[in-house]
Design a protein around this ligand. Sequence first.
Ligand SMILES: Cc1cc2nc3c(=O)[nH]c(=O)nc-3n(C[C@H](O)[C@H](O)[C@H](O)COP(=O)(O)OP(=O)(O)OC[C@H]3O[C@@H](n4cnc5c(N)ncnc54)[C@H](O)[C@@H]3O)c2cc1C
Length: 466
Amino acid sequence: MKYDIIVIGSGPGGYIAAVRASQLGKKVAIIEKYATLGGTCLNVGCIPSKALLDSSHHYYDAVNHFDTHGISVEKPTIDFEKMVARKATIVEQTTGGIQYLMDKNKIDVFEGLGSFVDATHVKITKKGIIEETIEGVNIIIATGSKPATLPFISLDKKRVITSTEALKLKEIPKHLLVIGGGVIGLELGSVYKRLGADVTVIEYAPKITPTMDADVSKELQKVLKKQGMKFATSHGVSAVTNNGDDVTVTATDKKGREITFTGDYCLVAVGRKPYTDGLALENAGVVLNDRKQIETNAHLQTSTANIYAIGDVVAGAMLAHKAEEEGVVVAEYLAGQKPHIDYNLIPGVVYTWPEVAAVGKTEQELKDAGVAYKAGKFSMRALGRSRASGDLDGFVKVLADEKTDEILGVHIVGARAADLIMEAAVAMEFRASAEDLARICHGHPTYSEAIKEAAKGAWDGKPLNA
Ligand SMILES: Cc1cc2nc3c(=O)[nH]c(=O)nc-3n(C[C@H](O)[C@H](O)[C@H](O)COP(=O)(O)OP(=O)(O)OC[C@H]3O[C@@H](n4cnc5c(N)ncnc54)[C@H](O)[C@@H]3O)c2cc1C
């Protein structure tokens, strides 16, 4: 069978590329090695983690916050099996939705491992048996990523686990050790902390969420500490041992002292690595860079002209929405359009509570680039909306160019930050100034008023409610 476009991998990058290409009149096939579509994001990433975050949030509120609202419930209890089953149902419904989209857009779905025969032919193998070989004028590689580990850690997937196992544990850990204070470690750490586990996060860098704005990291750590999460930053892990019923993590602190931590589970959340196993890229002449990502140019074209690559398997932020944008861009480019992605405007979100979200540059990045900037910061605590809901932690920080007032970065810690950040992304897409944002009428009472106030702070140094 011959197709205009073959997509390998059905995560948010691959399935969106397939849909967009089909919308633009291309004959499209998608190959997925697992029985369900949707990739990491829908099966073992964004969606199941958010389902458990929401469930655990409700429980945490019932235990800790209902009383202040004058609501008393008998001691809330957890049916963990039911909570995990609910998550599984949501995953099932969501991945089923992708199958529906494939049918609706007349995209042929092949289940099996896709590997290159040459630059235009991909063979599909299922259970070791070659099912079929299909031909594509263009091929899009969207094979995503897998959890990374450290060379001395053996992931037994029972006590020493990755995010995939952490999403389907049979019990709530008593003490979860988390190696890595990045997004995945903090989100899954939050789930189990809220459900009653002790959680200790061990991070090599001096701060959690190391790539985010320093103020954000500091505030988030402060708030999570208040929730009972423990942190060992500036700790380099040197060994992880599964002792049968528990796990020992050995680390060295910044003074060179050896510290051991013991828990019943250890979540290794040190990042993810691009996944290209089984693709037989050498048959198609596709090369990797030194970080084992597929090397691409600005059009996401690989070293072989008719083959493109998108999402976690190429350079850049490992985020579902980044993969989706790249899927759209490649499909449109192959249809003769001139699409564009502004990588500076890809928002980053951490679904702790309060949430964290950011777009554009951090203060450190502006300093490093020698850009003169001004900052406006507004505390969530000062908002009527925050007092009404009781979500008092966090702030909005707006960074703007010292001379032109153009918004260069927005950083939020606070309730619903994940949704709030999009106002900043829209403003920055249209190259708004801090004054523009400050002059837009915001509904009252809303959390978004903190954006307006922080923007006013950046523009004229005079927020109205502070
Ligand atoms: C716990 C967790 C939580 C996350 N939460 C978020 C979040 O809230 N927001 C966010 O933006 N991102 C989140 N992410 C990251 C997000 O899941 C990824 O960035 C996203 O899934 C990348 O999409 P992708 O299409 O590049 O690859 P993937 O989603 O990894 O999909 C790749 C697909 O390709 C298939 N495949 C691989 N090789 C082959 C082959 N040879 N033949 C056939 N099929 C193949 C794989 O089976 C897989 O289904 C999270 C990740 C994790 C682990």
